[in-house]
Design a protein around this ligand. Structure first.
Ligand SMILES: C[S@@+](CC[C@H](N)C(=O)[O-])C[C@H]1O[C@@H](n2cnc3c(N)ncnc32)[C@H](O)[C@@H]1O
Length: 267
């Protein structure tokens, strides 16, 4: 039987692209993501890339545009269908794989294969077993392969509980990082995990991966001031400021999401 997470994302798949495309904030966010991902695209064009929690395929499609072969993975069948439609439209005849799977159980993906694995848009926060997901990511990466994951940041969640005055839940959140996806319809809510920077680093180190980079996304409150981003010049100026602060620990604490880059050792 489908869990709430899967049901929510199956429904969300229908409107997902429209939500992200029309918002200046999400354009800003996505430009930051791609700015980071581009730095770690494999040098060899024949390399394979895994887009884990691929949604409608945004990152895998961008990788396909650079010539890589992509395996798209998602818990939601509807998200995968939309990703496949986009691939068929944009790259008819190009070979790619679509696998329905939880990020913590990648048994249909081969070991030591991928030059790059992406887990963008919080699938590690959404899975019930992030430690197992980190081990699976290590397993599927080829030696020297890199993974880039974004997750919900714990520091960003405290104000929600303070504003609601629910101190029991605040204490629980403070201790464990456990919270829930705040869908408007309470029946659609599902458990999620918000990470502290050190916790995220340890998660991957314990899985046998080396941490290469950690930053916040977004450190400026771009969502709260999205109207500024409608002006292309202001967009560019804010983008440059964001790039300059995103690795400073104090700024990382302001961000809604954390983004980590990890590498599988060569040997
Ligand atoms: C916010 S969307 C991000 C989609 C895409 N990666 C992006 O950045 O645009 C999160 C995606 O993760 C998927 N997801 C949620 N939980 C997952 C899990 N446990 N394993 C794999 N995918 C999951 C959802 O179905 C959804 O497509």
């Amino acid at each position: 039987m489908k869990g709430r997470n899967e049901r929510f994302h199956d429904r969300y798949a229908r409107v997902y692209d429209a939500v992200y495309e029309k918002s200046a904030y999400w354009r800003f966010y996505r430009d930051l993501t791609w700015h980071n991902v581009k730095r770690f695209l494999p040098r060899d064009a024949g390399a394979e890339i895994a887009d884990l929690g691929c949604g409608t395929g945004e990152w895998g499609l961008r990788c396909m545009a650079s010539g890589y072969r992509v395996t798209f993975v998602d818990l939601s069948n509807e998200m995968l269908c939309r990703a496949r439609e986009r691939v068929d439209e944009e790259y008819p005849g190009r070979e790619s794989l679509f696998i329905k799977s939880d990020i913590c159980e990648l048994k249909d993906l081969p070991s030591d294969r991928f030059g790059l694995a992406l887990a963008q848009g919080d699938p590690l926060s959404f899975t019930e077993d992030p430690a197992r997901a980190a081990r699976e990511i290590r397993r599927i990466l080829r030696p020297g392969g890199v993974a880039i994951a974004s997750v919900d940041s714990r520091c960003n969640g405290y104000d929600y509980y303070l504003e609601s005055g629910d101190l029991d839940s605040l204490e629980e959140f403070h201790k464990s990082g456990k919270t829930e996806w705040l869908a408007r319809d309470k029946r659609e809510r599902f458990p999620t995990h918000a990470f502290l920077p050190g916790e995220l680093t340890k998660l991957f180190e314990r899985a046998g991966l080396e941490v290469v980079d950690l930053c916040g996304k977004t450190c400026l409150d771009a969502r709260g001031h999205a109207e500024l981003l409608e002006d292309p010049k202001a967009f560019r100026r804010l983008f440059n400021i964001e790039l300059e602060c995103r690795r400073e620990p104090a700024f990382i604490g302001r961000a809604a999401h954390l983004e980590i880059v990890v590498k599988k050792p060569e040997k």
